[in-house]
Ligand binder design. Structure first.
Ligand code: GLN
Length: 229
């Protein structure tokens, strides 16, 4: 693809972990979302179509998805961390995130202290789970494989609260008005699109596309489309 080697001829193959609305989720048989639109800009720049592969989140963060030639890039609302950066390479940050805690509107859960003795859903392999395990010692942390299962758990009454990134939980609370973000936790995270360790050529191409998109208004347009601000 335009001088860049890809795993599937004529395509830019993206690994992601569904669903993570509004970053990537299925709608009308198609995967759509903020990350999808952003990587589409990269695909367009390379003159190819983006193809999306759903894979467990930890297959991405451990680098396995790249090492077994499953994909060229990964975009999964994924936080850039030092640990992950040892095994995959991140392009420049494209989105700022913090953690949030979602609960029933009438639950009275408004701070970390309110989680004492409560069941807290967290997602396998995520920064939210890591925070919960390290910092929210008085809660009973229960892990779920993906975001929809965590949200299902609170809807079923299996847990009292859900910890995950602010973007996805505010999005859920907007459409499910019985639920609210009880409080935010300022973790100061940044999302990054990842490539295989050492794929500097593709990483630099992504950085160029991100930079141009921020300058020419396309990034702002995509942001507005998904976050309506
Ligand atoms: N940003 C969080 C992380 O990187 C969650 C990402 C996700 O669940 N897709 O761990």
């Amino acid at each position: 693809a335009d001088g860049i080697e890809v795993v599937n001829e004529g395509k830019l193959t993206t690994c992601t972990h569904l669903s993570y609305k509004p970053f990537q989720y299925e709608e009308g048989g198609e995967v759509v979302g903020f990350d999808v639109d952003l990587v589409d800009l990269v695909a367009k720049d390379l003159g190819v179509e983006q193809e999306i592969e759903n894979t467990p989140f930890e297959t991405i963060t451990t680098g396995a998805a790249f090492n077994n030639e499953q994909c060229d890039v990964a975009a999964a609302g994924m936080t850039i961390t030092d640990e992950r950066a040892k095994v995959i390479d991140f392009a420049d940050p494209y989105f700022k995130a913090n953690q949030s805690v979602l609960a029933k509107g009438d639950s009275g859960i408004k701070s970390e202290a309110d989680l004492a003795g409560k069941k807290l859903a967290a997602q396998t392999g995520t920064t939210g789970l890591q925070y919960a395990e390290e910092k929210i010692k008085d809660a009973e942390v229960i892990t779920y494989e993906d975001l929809p299962l965590s949200l299902q758990a609170i809807q079923n009454g299996d847990v009292d609260a859900v910890i995950n990134d602010n973007g996805v939980l505010y999005d859920f609370a907007k459409e499910n008005t019985d639920y609210t973000v009880g409080f935010d936790i300022e973790t100061g995270e940044s999302y990054g699109i990842a490539v295989k360790k050492g794929n500097t050529e593709l990483k630099e191409r992504i950085n160029e596309v991100l930079k141009t998109a921020k300058e020419d208004g396309r990034y702002a347009e995509i942001y507005k489309k998904w976050f309506n601000t």
